[in-house]
Design a protein around this ligand. Structure first.
Ligand SMILES: [Fe+2]
Ligand SMILES: [Fe+2]
Length: 214
């Protein structure tokens, strides 16, 4: 059903999404977590569980950023043909957010206290990119998704050997992120030059270093 939403409707919807993204356990996944009941963890020491929680906290914040990026883009970009595709990708980011949140709970840990900060920064970047133009905005999504994919590959190696449940979550996320990047490029996203990608990876280093701990 097509319906025209008023600016007030949109504002309420935006605010609802902000709260669902930032309040722990408020996000609802549309797909069940890949860490199904059959997947059991092997033995993990206290130190290994702490390390796994640090990595999953980084992944959770990455998903907060993804959510903010798609939302910021949605506010300013035109995206006439691909808006519903981008909204589908954003829905999958909510799944990722909820799965990482669940896994953090299983590891007796918590999302990062810095999430509101990273949400605001990513929303701003997404909105600016969207205002410049759809080619840049979609290129920014593609470059970000590629960056997240690299992180996920690294984390799959760094996770403790016994952490099968986090691994199941990250594997499905890596598949989804690669698909999101491909969709954004096929929709006409610009390929960003190496210096821009380098700047983005520096920023993500700041995020990973801080969020791993708090
Ligand atoms: Fe994601
Ligand atoms: Fe994604």
């Amino acid at each position: 059903m097509n319906r025209n939403y008023s600016p007030a409707d949109n504002l309420v919807h935006q605010f609802d999404t902000v709260l669902r993204t930032l309040i722990p356990h408020a996000a609802h996944a549309s797909r069940p977590s890949p860490a199904t009941a059959e997947i059991q963890d092997g033995d993990m020491s206290t130190e290994e569980r702490r390390h796994a929680a640090g990595l999953m906290r980084v992944n959770h914040t990455g998903e907060v950023c993804a959510q903010a990026l798609y939302q910021g883009q949605g506010c300013t970009a035109k995206l006439p043909e691909v808006r519903s595709q981008m909204e589908h990708s954003a829905q999958e980011e909510i799944d990722h957010l909820a799965w990482c949140d669940e896994r953090l709970q299983e590891l007796d840990s918590h999302p990062s206290v810095l999430n509101p900060l990273f949400y605001a920064a990513s929303f701003g970047l997404g909105a600016v990119a969207g205002a410049i133009g759809d080619r840049i905005s979609l290129g920014f999504v593609a470059a970000t998704e590629e960056q997240v994919g690299k992180h996920l590959e690294e984390h799959l190696v760094k996770l403790p050997a016994g952490d099968h449940r986090s691994r199941a979550v990250l594997r499905q996320m890596a598949i989804d992120e690669a698909h999101h990047a491909q969709l954004a490029l096929e929709a006409g996203g610009a390929r960003f030059p190496a210096p821009v990608k380098f700047g983005m990876s520096l920023m993500s280093k700041v995020m990973t270093k801080s969020v791993y701990r708090i």
